[in-house]
Design a protein around this ligand. Sequence first.
Ligand code: ARG
Length: 564
Amino acid sequence: MNFKKELATVLFELLRKEISLTELELMIEKPKIASRGDLAFPCFTLAKLKRKSPNLIALELGEKIQSPTFEKIEVVGAYLNIFLNKKEVSEKIVGEIIKKKSLFGSQELEGGGNVTIDMSSPNIAKPFSMGHLRSTVIGNALAFIVEKCGYEPIKINHLGDWGTQFGKLITAYKLWGDAEKVKQNPIKELLALYIKFHEVAQMDPSLEDQGRSWFKKLEDGDVEALQLWQWFRDESLKEFSRIYDLMNVQFDSYAGEAFYNDKMDRVVKLLEEKQLLIESDQAQVVELTDEQLPPCLIKKSDGATLYATRDLAAALYRKENYKFVKSLYVVGHEQSLHFKQLIAVLKKMGYTWAEKMVHVPFGMMLKDGKKMSTRKGKVVLLEEVLTESIAMARHNIEEKNPNLANKDGVAKQVGVGAVIFHDLKNNRMNDIDFSLEEMLRFEGETGPYVQYTFARACSILRKGNWQTDVPPAAYLAAWEKEWKVTSLLMEFPNAIKRACENLDPSQVAKYVVDLAQAFNKYYAEVKVLEENEEQSARLALVYSVTVVLKEGLRLLGIEAPEEM
Ligand code: ARG
């Protein structure tokens, strides 16, 4: 249901099709103040075409618009303020939601196609950082959102499982490693070995040579090197999987950097053929001076490849295998330069599809205004954060609703949902301050607040014995008090569209908070369960709210318990 389109169609006819439908639709505004109507149409740009004053055009149009949907038209200067027929529109929207259920809001943007989403992508043998958490949560929500808009998301975990650091790690392990310790606590042990390598290498530079030579062996397929690498990778992935399981995130591919090891020669050859590779300080680089970017490093003096080389191979691979219409990289803004270079090199190679690659950057996670570091004493391990959040949610339940069934399951949904929502409610470029107390509050703009509103609405439906398969017997007389809620329900498809176009899940997060607030206000004012002829219509509205809240949360990667 798109009332802008409906209005545009009416205007299109009245203006004798002299302005295109899309143009008209774009001209229609949504007044910020409710008393100015539900839609507004400014006539300024029509003056030239019609050779009349905009005010006169507004007057003439205002008299001619006739439609059951548009109940009242006010002409204010050059503006048409249009009031929707609340009853007509509300019944339509509630009817549509009851019919479509969770499919409400689904749409086809630009004809769909595959969208690859490079997301999460932590580094093997290192702790899963807050940056990787943000990438996971934002990428996961974007996957649901693009899917809702008719695309096919392909979630790729581009693991950091290759590079000179693995030569160093193997060196350190061979010198000081203990297999049992690594098995018990892989990431902690491997990190400690890596740190020790750097400490000792400061005094004994020969260690660096050993590291380089182990990485060379690894790249050349040496059996011992590969076995150790594989083991580090498997153990690390086991730890990461626990986090993904907690958060209910799945991937379509775990093809990380190592996957491209045998696909980089081709990239180098292509660059040579296109005469883009030049020698600089014994390394091979692509000059990007025309683009005002520093050169992109392709091969080091010892022949070793780099992060960028692997990303070039990955881009080619993804284009060829997934035939993407869009390729997203959900990676912190510190890597903006890297992605600018990557896209610039591909364009130089003549690949016009590089235009479809988008770096989706995000801000930092701060604690008390400072960056959360994984080094030194400031380690904040994500798994601990999640388990603590779940424990706090469990505690809240024990206080508020001790008789709840499945307390553990609900605590997990709420605890994890709180962390995810806290991340997604702000524009992704903002830095966010990390605070468990804040995330888990039941009031304000939090995940638990929205979940709680959903659960409350579910309980109203249970009390009212609401049956979805029976359409509401009598609709309301006026839909006045319901209007704030119904007009928000109407907005859901637009919020999804904005989130998809701007690759910004906060559009959906803000939307569900608005809807939850409007619903709670309505519930405080109106006796929803009062038994009279309007009850079933009110319950139909409550049901519509549950459908949209649940679907909105799902798009963010958050579950909605029916009781909490
Ligand atoms: N592993 C990298 C890091 O932790 C992120 C990888 C992002 N994806 C990519 N295709 N470069 O910084």
